[in-house]
Every structure is written in C-alpha cells, then in structure tokens.
Ligand binder design. Structure first.
Ligand code: GSH
Length: 205
C-alpha cells in the first residue's frame, strides 16, 4: 500500500497517527507537495479523483481518500488497538463524535488557519471575516466538548479513539497561527495534554 502524504497538512496527520497507534510500518509514504500544486496534476487527480491529501492506494490499484475512511480501512486490516469501536453501539458512538469533531471543530479551525495564514494564501486568499466566524463556531463546540470532558477521559469512549485524533489534530493545526483554546476550558486542556503525550502523537507530527 502507498500513502500519498503531505507532512505539514493536518488531514494526512490523522492517518499517520492511526498508523503509529497500530504500529503499521508496511505502508510506503509518497510525499506530495501541496504548496507547489503536486496534488493538482492530472496524474494525481486521475489516481485519487480529488485534489486532496491523504490518499491510500491499495495493492490492487484502488485508491481511497478521506482520512477517516482510510483510518477505517486500516482498522479492518490491523484491528488492534481498536480505534473505531468494537461493536455496533461503540461504533455508532465513535462515529457520532468523530463527525461532530470533524464538522464543528476541525473543519472550522482548518478554515480559520487557511484563511488567515500568509503562507496559505497560495491555496486560498485571506478572508478575515469568514475566518473569525469559523473560529467562533469552533469555540462554541469547544465549550460543549469541555463540559463533556469534565467526566469523560476521552471524547467518544473510555479509551482513545479516532474521534480524539480528529479533535487533537484540528486543534494542533491552529498552532500555526499561534491560536490556543480559551484557558477557561480546563477539561479540554487536560484531554489535549493527555492525547499529545501519547507516543503515537509525535509520530503523527
Ligand atoms: N475531508 C478530507 C480533507 C482533505 C483535505 O482537504 N486535505 C487538504 C490537506 S489537509 C488538502 O489536500 N488541501 C489541498 C488544497 O486545499 O488545495 C480528509 O479528511 O481527508
């Protein structure tokens, strides 16, 4: 298998983190330079279907994009440690929180960074108002998450899952614009530090 990867981008980091948690080492990493537009070449588009990283190419030539879908495929190939839930109940809860983290936290944060960081203007022109709106909307969800994490060790289950990866990677990306979650969210900060302390978190960076 090959992973089309871009080291500084947040969505590929989710997949590298999944691989590190599971100790997966037999995936060839193919670096794609999104700043020079390597993901927009006709060859890349033909292979992946969309101008995005990450993408996982299977040995039979099938290509899967979308970081969470790639993680799910890797989970079925390398079930331990479980990151997506072991039964119907757990899987639904993990998916619910993963989607919440993606829609209400990671996506607005990524948009905020993309629309404010000068180096990313090459991908999309800066738009301060839209960026601010997205930061505020992410902070509304951080408040919900902070309350939830007051009596839960991790986001979805009592153990670390893909939902935590999506949440932490989103928040870590905001460090590019020196953003830190509001200090009042103490439970969120505790959870963030716990997740960042995992050895696999460093492998994903
Ligand atoms: N929902 C997709 C998002 C993929 C995505 O937007 N990737 C970014 C890098 S983090 C990208 O390829 N950006 C290229 C561009 O915007 O031109 C996933 O989870 O994989």
């Amino acid at each position: 298998m090959k992973l089309y990867d871009s080291h500084r981008a947040p969505n590929p980091r989710r997949v590298r983190w999944v691989m590190a948690e599971k100790g997966i080492e037999d995936v060839e990493i193919v670096p794609i330079d999104i700043m020079s537009g390597e993901h927009k070449t006709p060859e890349y588009r033909a292979r992946v279907g969309v101008p995005h990283v990450p993408a996982l190419e299977l040995d039979d030539g099938t290509t899967i994009s979308e970081s969470v879908a790639i993680g799910r495929y890797l989970e079925s190939m390398y079930p331990e440690p479980n990151l997506f839930g072991v039964d119907a109940r757990e899987q639904a809860i993990v998916e619910m929180w993963t989607r919440r983290c993606e829609f209400y936290l990671a996506n607005p944060i990524m948009l905020n960074v993309r629309l404010t960081h000068p180096a990313l203007a090459i991908l999309e022109a800066a738009q301060t108002e839209v960026a601010d709106y997205n930061r505020l909307s992410a902070e509304r969800f951080m408040k919900t998450l902070d309350r939830h994490l007051a009596d839960h060790p991790f986001i979805a289950l009592d153990r670390f899952t893909i939902a935590d990866i999506v949440g932490v990677v989103g928040l870590d990306f905001a460090r590019l614009v020196k953003y830190r979650p509001p200090e009042e969210f103490t439970h969120l900060s505790r959870w963030l530090e716990d997740c960042r302390a995992r050895p696999a978190a460093k492998a994903g960076v």
